[in-house]
Design a protein around this ligand. Structure first.
Ligand SMILES: NC(=O)c1ccc[n+]([C@@H]2O[C@H](COP(=O)([O-])OP(=O)(O)OC[C@H]3O[C@@H](n4cnc5c(N)ncnc54)[C@H](O)[C@@H]3O)[C@@H](O)[C@H]2O)c1
Length: 279
């Protein structure tokens, strides 16, 4: 594919007009913020999550996001769910330019206390879920990517915990490190085959989302801290910029990776952590 083949018509104010994006784990946190940003930039967006489409959460989110967004219930650990999601994208849009593998979960605890079942579960969601998303959508994205400047874009949400270790976070470290290296592997594969798909990993620091709040609550419940606010203050204090991130700040990074502005970027890591890993 030469640069002359690229459609340059997306250089207006809404930078994702004409593009279709799929976001896993899209009903909350960073995924939802990505959906909001992509829609604001003119994209059509399909969200997936575990919730039933009839649930209050899904109904409220979809009503708020409007007509350019749609929802499909899918568990990222189940290949048949990914196939259903792909069929939904095919039926509604017939193409896919942006895939955000965002769904994820955490796990903390001293390594000798982690059960095999919980280890497998986090690998299932954080690693297998990303693999299945990529495997399912690559053929469609290879076609769709031919038509847009910068090609199609896969954004795999890793973490600062995929870059550095942390006390009693080893399973999450392992899962997010796998996402980081899987992304590099596919990036090289697509580039060397001249496929119009880029793949990059996004590495958030501490972001104020339901996942982080639930993690703080577990620490409070286990007696590690008295109040969630104390933990938030401690995390903010350990971050050079002195605060946690807003999900919209991560969505800005995902938008950059999705857009043609990152056309020469593949196999890279976008770290957005308030300086945490620079220490
Ligand atoms: N919040 C942070 O501080 C932080 C930091 C670094 C990385 N991350 C990563 O960012 C991503 C999003 O995290 P968040 O903080 O927005 O979390 P969140 O819990 O607020 O949102 C994650 C969404 O994923 C969904 N999900 C979980 N398991 C799923 C499954 N099996 N199938 C489909 N959907 C599933 C949840 O229902 C939820 O809606 C995750 O991969 C997480 O590991 C978060």
């Amino acid at each position: 594919m030469g640069e002359d083949d690229w459609d340059m018509s997306d250089s207006g104010a809404q930078r994702l007009t004409g593009r279709v994006a799929f976001i896993s784990g899209g009903l909350r946190g960073i995924g939802l913020a990505c959906a909001e940003r992509f829609l604001a930039e003119g994209a059509e967006v399909i969200l997936s999550d575990l919730d039933s489409p009839d649930s209050d959460v899904a109904a409220a989110v979809m009503a708020r996001l409007g007509q350019a967004a749609s929802y499909v219930q899918a568990d990222v650990t189940k290949e048949e769910d990914w196939h259903r999601a792909r069929d939904a994208v095919q039926d509604r849009h017939g193409r896919l330019h942006i895939l955000v593998n965002n769904a994820g979960t955490d796990l903390t605890g001293a390594v000798e206390t982690l059960s095999m079942e919980r280890w497998r579960r986090i690998m299932d969601i954080n690693v297998d879920g990303v693999f299945l998303g990529v495997k399912t959508f690559v053929p469609m994205m290879a076609e769709s990517g031919k038509g847009v400047r910068g090609g199609a874009s896969i954004i795999n949400v890793s973490s600062i915990m995929g870059l550095v270790g942390y006390n009693e976070v080893s399973a999450y470290n392992a899962s997010k490190g796998a996402v980081r290296m899987f992304t590099k592997g596919i990036a090289i594969e697509f580039a060397q085959k001249q496929m119009p798909i880029r793949a990059n990993s996004l590495h958030p620091g501490f972001v104020m989302t339901p996942l982080l709040e639930a993690g703080f609550q577990r620490w409070v419940d286990s007696g590690f801290a008295e109040r969630k606010q104390d933990l938030m203050d401690a995390m903010a204090g350990a971050t050079p910029m002195g605060r946690l991130a807003d999900p919209a700040e991560l969505a800005a990074g995902a938008f950059f990776l999705a857009s043609a502005d990152s056309a020469y970027m593949t196999g890279a890591e976008l770290v957005m952590d308030g300086g945490w890993t620079a220490q």
